[in-house]
Design a protein around this ligand. Sequence first.
Ligand code: C5P
Length: 222
Amino acid sequence: MIRRKNILKIAIDSPAAAGAGTLAKAISKHYNLFYLDTGKIYRFIAYLKIKFPKKFNNKFIKSKIKSLKMKDLTNKYLVTDEVGIEASVISKIKSIRKMVHTFQINFAYNPPKKYKGSCLDGRDITYKIVPDADFKFYVTANLNTRALRRYKELKEYKKNISYKEVLKSIKKRDKSDLNRKISPLKKTKDSLLINTTNLNKRACFLKIKKIIDRKININGNL
Ligand code: C5P
């Protein structure tokens, strides 16, 4: 596998709806980094399971990942809670994680030349996918804040969804993501904790930007 040298790599892990995606997007845009929301790949596989239950096996998944285009990840259905819950189920399967990991590692270490580096967010990015990232963040927020943010987001797609329902499904996913045996969500010692509970999008962005700029100024060459 090709690994580009001297690129800036940012790794972010976070529980569901903590604001990591929004933050990662803003950071990627600012520093011209190739951005991947890794949860979308697990969501894509969950979608395949829902849509093609009979064909759903490793060979099928492998072929779909091989031909995966970034635009496949923009399918609106992937955002739904139904898919999210299924994603947290299939993401426990070792063989599936292995296939997804290869895709992610390639993405992280070999971004297209027009980008200065890569930024990935997920659950196991800081310790499994990009353990040598230049910056590692663990983005979180309290449960109610996350549930409320998610509720507002989902309301745009599904009018009759309730806050209680969203809260319940976030709790369920937290439990599964934190306690599973392979690649559980955790904060590594070398990740900086960013609590977004009382911060708006702009404040989160500025906080991280300050941290990155300080190091880039010291090292100059990043
Ligand atoms: O980030 P998002 O909430 O879209 O992720 C959906 C699900 O995919 C998570 O609940 C988690 O189970 C799984 N996931 C994972 N590893 C990642 C990213 C997501 O297991 N790196």
